[in-house]
Design a binder for this molecule. Structure first.
Ligand code: IDP
Ligand code: MG
Length: 139
């Protein structure tokens, strides 16, 4: 079991001014930030990050959305980080997310859903390395 996961605050939440509140909730939930940056994805980079979804009907919409404005990328540390962070953010569709989850409180809809959270330890490492060099990751 790994103790790190990767997250992004997506362009909807950033644009709606929720970045500070979301980071505050993440920290107060016991996650330590070990890498952090604000950046903008090109369509090419967004397509690369979400390549696993390229056959899904929403892929084009996802790439367009994720490159539509700034995102905040971060690597987070807590015991059982991947699973605990997925619990904190809630279901992909905010309409189905539990009360008190980040997506329930800040997401707009199933596409514009405020935050990303890695789905496995292996993907957490791949996704974190997509944005951060080893020098940029607090040890
Ligand atoms: P996850 O982010 O909860 O892991 P995934 O199934 O991995 O959900 O989908 C990746 C992202 O693709 C979602 O977070 C969301 O932004 C977008 N997405 C997923 N399903 C749909 C959909 O039905 N319509 C539009 N966008 C979607
Ligand atoms: Mg996913």
């Amino acid at each position: 079991m790994s103790n790190r996961t990767f997250t992004m605050i997506k362009p909807d939440a950033f644009g709606n001014g929720h970045s500070g509140a979301i980071l505050d909730r993440i920290i107060k939930s016991g996650f330590k930030i070990v890498a952090l940056k604000l950046t903008v994805l090109t369509e090419e980079k967004a397509g690369e990050f979400y390549a696993i979804h390229k056959e899904r009907p929403f892929f084009g919409e996802l790439v367009e959305f994720m490159s539509s404005g700034p995102i905040i990328a971060a690597i987070l540390e807590k015991e059982n980080a991947v699973e605990n962070f997925r619990k904190l953010i809630g279901a992909t569709d905010p309409a189905k997310a539990e009360a008190g989850t980040i997506r329930k409180d800040f997401a707009e809809d199933v596409g514009r859903n405020a935050v990303h959270g890695s789905d496995s330890d292996a993907n957490a490492i791949i996704e974190g390395s997509f944005f951060f060099s080893s020098l940029e990751q607090f040890q």
